[in-house]
Design a protein around this ligand. Structure first.
Ligand code: MLT
Length: 410
């Protein structure tokens, strides 16, 4: 019998979304007549933009012809996409990122986990609480933590609490850490770091030699001008930050799969005996060894997001979901409930009514309104007493869900 990675045995229960899925399936089987509205997992509902579809159709035709067929592509991504990203997402915002600092991949979730391959074992790691669970679980799997306590918190991790008291915004800690995960706009709380606060984070990282893993998967949902779209809009970030971006929520690619990670050439790591190493080179080595690239058809679709028509269509898509978020916010506020997020992100983070725990409220919503949310406690101890509602849905479902919630005696 083979030995297993024992760190997996430290993980608490199942991954959050399959657990929600299990409860919803059990409810639906017992109540087949109930029309359940899913506002739990942040999965897009609207079809791909026409410009993306056209580009993908054209790419399929190329693949069907011997003279234009392509086999393996470059592992880091085709130059046409990397150039479009560098220009469209960075240089256009005066962020100094070049095409060869961009690594195209099949998802930010995978990238955030895979990055641990090139990071050592002795790092002091900080995460916010509540937090996207993947950051924590993958560090547990990699053996970077001790065991979990009763609250589900792992020894060895530094938790940066975000609460209603600090408007669910993470401030740099007093102590130095080696790696910090920042997600802005934030999943799950829907809040976002201002330029001023992000500058303080970059300053903190420069002072303490901290690597910031900056997850900007929801950047397209930013509506307020004081919120930066990329950490590289902040001076000095090239030396301290890796940025993760995704086409999933931007252009409806959750089922298509395309994302990218930016590793500036100026970014360095170190060995225990003090040797300074280029992280871009290390990641390139990892990527080319363990990954064969995203399909040509998908990358052509992603490239089309940057065309004039693609930009316009993606904006309409994002605007549509953000109108949903505004409807959710408005209705919950009318009920007198505490509401965060939903202004620069497609997630609304709501206080549960009365003293209900996150899972108690989840169950009430499911059983009485047939609406699925995500319990805040699934994102960490500080999420207890909150629930996340996703704005990714049809308008009809959002309106219907709000009507049903309003009819509950909360
Ligand atoms: C979420 O609902 O938190 C997201 O869909 C998860 C993800 O992007 O992996």
């Amino acid at each position: 019998m083979a030995y297993i990675n024992e760190h997996y045995l430290k993980l608490k229960a199942g991954y959050l979304f399959p657990e929600i899925g299990r409860r919803v399936t059990a409810f639906s089987q017992a109540n087949p007549q109930a029309r359940v509205i899913r506002m739990g997992i942040g999965d897009v509902t609207e079809p791909l933009p026409p410009a993306v579809c056209q580009a993908m159709h054209k790419a399929v035709d190329e693949m069907a012809d011997r003279s234009t067929f392509r086999g393996y592509g470059p592992e880091q991504g085709y130059d046409f996409l990397r150039q479009a990203i560098a220009q469209g997402d960075y240089q256009s915002r005066s962020a100094d990122i070049s095409a060869d600092e961009i690594f195209v991949s099949d998802g930010s979730k995978c990238d955030s986990a895979n990055l641990l391959d090139v990071l050592g074992e002795r790092n002091r790691i900080a995460v916010t609480d509540p937090v996207y669970p993947v950051y924590v679980d993958t560090n547990v799997m990699a053996g970077h933590t001790g065991s979990a306590d009763d609250k589900g918190e792992y020894s060895g991790l530094t938790y940066l609490r975000t609460t209603a008291g600090n408007h669910f915004i993470a401030e740099p800690p007093q102590q130095a850490v080696d790696v910090v995960y920042l997600c802005s706009p934030n999943n799950p709380t829907g809040t976002a770091l201002t330029r001023q606060l992000l500058s303080r984070w970059v300053e903190y990282a420069r002072k303490n030699n901290t690597l910031i893993l900056y997850d900007a998967a929801y950047e397209a949902y930013i509506t307020e001008p004081e919120i930066p779209h990329s950490i590289y809009e902040i001076d000095g970030a090239r030396e301290v930050a890796i940025e993760l971006r995704s086409f999933s929520k931007l252009a409806g690619f959750t089922g298509v799969r395309c994302a990218f990670t930016v590793i500036p050439k100026a970014l360095k790591g170190r060995t225990p005996n003090g040797e300074v190493v280029d992280l871009h080179r290390l990641w390139g080595r990892r990527h080319t060894t363990k990954f064969n690239g995203v399909s040509y058809i998908t990358q052509r679709g992603a490239e089309a997001v940057y065309s004039p028509a693609g930009r316009q269509q993606v904006k309409s898509l994002v605007d549509f979901y953000m109108e949903n978020a505004a409807i959710i916010r408005q209705n919950l506020r009318e009920l007198g409930l505490g509401v965060f997020g939903g202004i620069n992100a497609p997630y609304v983070w709501m206080k549960t009514p009365g003293q209900l725990s996150s899972w108690e409220f989840f169950d009430r919503l499911l059983h009485e309104a047939h609406v699925v949310g995500t319990p805040g406690s699934g994102f960490g101890a500080s999420g207890e007493g909150y629930l996340r509602l996703s704005a990714f849905n049809s308008r009809e479902n959002v309106n219907e869900a709000m009507n049903r919630i309003k009819q509950l005696k909360l």
